[in-house]
Write a protein that binds this ligand. Structure first.
Ligand code: ADP
Ligand code: ZN
Length: 303
């Protein structure tokens, strides 16, 4: 198909996960022209398959004007650093020091944006989802792992490296569960990820019934993390996503625990109504990550 010069620019998006790569071609999350999933095997095989798919997709739908990548990390996110575009120190076998962006640049001569999966998701939610109109927000995913990304003044927050909110130190539970993070034991991820729930309660997180004490404990951990993030960054919203939040009963419980921890200390209209406007679900459902990769492409394109 020939490109119409009036039509909006087409972008390629990659949500690079530890188990699968989600690929999309589109102009935004509500205009995805094609998508595809690849299992994450070796970097060589996975990236070759992604490049192949984008080449076929642009032959069919028109030229890709920019590419955005949101990746599992840790990752090099500073454009001026030698490891920019790399997955850096991951424990995932075969993937440490992978030049992800370099492989794409060798195949496509277009502007590219690159960030962590959670920072991309935060950007996607800011541009098209629950964070529209905000100057600042934090997006946290609670799934196989836990990660957080922040948008501050409408831009992804980086620092020395990039935020690693999934490894915040939290009070340990009284029942003796010490957490499962290989680095820190009872950090946020070690206490509250899906695998941590399964390890602590002896059953997969999705099988824990409503009313099980696991959910009060889980809400307590997530609220403690949200409290620290709120007090540190003062975001306008915290968005909680990921597989564990598929349990609809959890978010209201986290709000209750966070309100109790705040104990009336912060006063702002957004913190009334039981925190229903402050602590929210993703506006894009499970599409925040791929939308974020499109947003990174759009930013790289200058649109
Ligand atoms: P990933 O983090 O691997 O990208 P997800 O965000 O889907 O994937 O998270 C997967 C985790 O979410 C698993 O640990 C799973 O047990 C948990 N999970 C999935 N669905 C539910 C549910 N309905 N309730 C609680 N936990 C769930
Ligand atoms: Zn940790």
């Amino acid at each position: 198909m020939l490109e119409n010069s009036d039509s909006p620019a087409l972008f390629g998006a990659i949500e690079a996960g530890g188990t699968k790569f989600n690929l999309a071609l589109g102009t935004g999350p509500r205009d995805i022209r094609a998508n595809f999933r690849i299992p994450t095997t070796t970097p060589q095989e996975t990236l070759a398959a992604a490049i192949d798919w984008f080449q076929q997709a642009q032959a069919e739908h028109g030229p890709i004007r920019a590419i955005g990548v949101g990746t599992f990390g840790p990752a090099g996110v500073h454009p001026s650093a030698p490891d920019y575009g790399y997955i850096t120190t991951t424990p995932k076998a075969g993937w440490a020091q992978t030049d992800l962006l370099g492989a794409l640049r060798a195949a496509f001569d277009v502007p590219m944006g690159f960030d962590t999966d959670v920072t991309a998701a935060a950007l996607g939610e800011w541009k098209w989802g629950a964070g529209q109109g905000c100057d600042s927000l934090v997006y946290i995913t609670v799934g196989t792992g836990i990660g957080g990304g922040a948008i501050v003044n409408g831009r992804p927050l980086h620092g020395l490296l990039h935020p690693e909110m999934g490894h915040l130190r939290l009070p340990l539970p009284a029942d003796g569960f010490a957490g499962i993070c290989p680095w820190h034991g009872g950090c946020l991820e070690g206490l509250a990820s899906g695998p941590a729930l399964a390890a602590r309660w002896g059953t997969p997180a999705e099988t824990l019934p409503v009313g099980h004490p696991a959910w009060e404990a889980e809400a307590g951990h997530l609220a403690a993390a949200c409290l620290n993030i709120l007090l540190t960054l003062s975001p306008e919203k915290i968005i909680l996503g990921g597989g564990v939040l598929q349990n609809d009963h959890l978010l209201p419980l986290v709000r209750q625990h966070l309100a109790a921890l705040l104990n009336g200390y912060l006063v702002h209209p957004s913190l009334t109504d039981g925190l229903a406007r402050f602590l929210v679900e993703p506006g894009l459902g499970t599409q925040s990550g791929i939308a974020g990769a499109l947003a990174l492409a759009s930013a790289a394109h200058g649109s």
